[in-house]
Design a protein around this ligand. Sequence first.
Ligand SMILES: NC(=O)c1ccc[n+]([C@@H]2O[C@H](COP(=O)([O-])OP(=O)(O)OC[C@H]3O[C@@H](n4cnc5c(N)ncnc54)[C@H](O)[C@@H]3O)[C@@H](O)[C@H]2O)c1
Ligand SMILES: [Zn+2]
Length: 357
Amino acid sequence: MAIGRGVLAETGTRMRAGGLRGRAFVVSNERIFPLYGDPLVASLRAADFSVATYQLPDGEPTKSLASAQLLYDWLADLRAERIDTIVALGGGVVGDVAGFAAATFLRGMPLVQVPTTVLSQIDSAIGGKVGVNHRKGKNLIGAFYPARLIVSDVETLRSLTPRVLADGWAEAVKYAMILDAPLLDLLDDNVATLCDPGSATFSSDRLVEVVERCAQHKVRIVAEDEREANLRMILNYGHTIGQGIEAALSYEGLLHGEAVSIGMSGAAAISVATGFLDAALARRQDEVLRHFGLPVRLPADIPRPTTFAVLERVAQDKKARGARIQWVLLDRIGHAQIESGVPAALVQETIDRLLGG
Ligand SMILES: NC(=O)c1ccc[n+]([C@@H]2O[C@H](COP(=O)([O-])OP(=O)(O)OC[C@H]3O[C@@H](n4cnc5c(N)ncnc54)[C@H](O)[C@@H]3O)[C@@H](O)[C@H]2O)c1
Ligand SMILES: [Zn+2]
């Protein structure tokens, strides 16, 4: 994994150093490729890769089997071989669908991720989950297929909209809350530059440090999870309620990190109500989230789903397995634990409040 300023231009040499040969099939989208396609392709050609490129349309609907099919057609037309590499240039959407194509075409081609959003640099490109959505649900179709190389150039984050940028920082706050208390202060102390991609000081050493630290947390949790089953579950902090709200809203109105931000506020409140967490620490979390411009309640301009609709989504997959909901709660900042005995009334009350009821 390479994280830093300008590392995009080193992609070709790093792929060579990692033993990759064959051709490079760059998959991106129509928004990102015009920004970073040329320097990436130049880097690959400079390292003697022959290069083909494909631009998917922008947006979450692109994460579909239909897009995978388009990629298969393209790869088949160009007679891609198993030694050739798929290079995914983009955010989580591009990474997930290109990664899925890499996992499945010819039963697997090497995959290189060049993530260009905060969320993909600190979360989705790491850990090997690739996949596409199905009309019945998000990420229903997929595989575990780790990238051979991840190249995270923080300079690419400069062209993100402030909203998408802040959205990714929600996952950074998550790592701080479950694993790394000093990171919460680091984030809060630097919130102004981390949220201002236009400023001259944006891609500072601090930015690199924060991205690196978060990425390392994900790498470590994923690696340890192989030995200690379910450790990865703590990465779901804020996601139980957050994903319930996202699904109840049919994935409209809120970005993922925004929903997770509201969900973290809920999980911290539940941690306080069950006696695990000091109320002042929950307030501290919500204060940092607000500093990032992230919501800790459903914003008033978003159509309000019913508490029941959210609860139903929260409990859905658990019900199918006949299991109780496993909550990721905090006992202090930087330390999470799994708890399955949270009273239903408390959950309902908490969601009610998050929805503004
Ligand atoms: N695989 C995993 O483990 C995992 C984990 C978390 C989330 N995800 C998935 O990731 C996806 C969300 O990823 P995301 O938040 O990166 O969203 P995204 O890929 O949709 O990117 C957000 C927007 O920013 C644009 N963009 C990306 N990089 C840019 C840049 N450098 N400059 C300007 N614009 C840029 C994109 O075109 C898009 O419009 C979801 O589909 C989610 O399910 C996967
Ligand atoms: Zn998430």
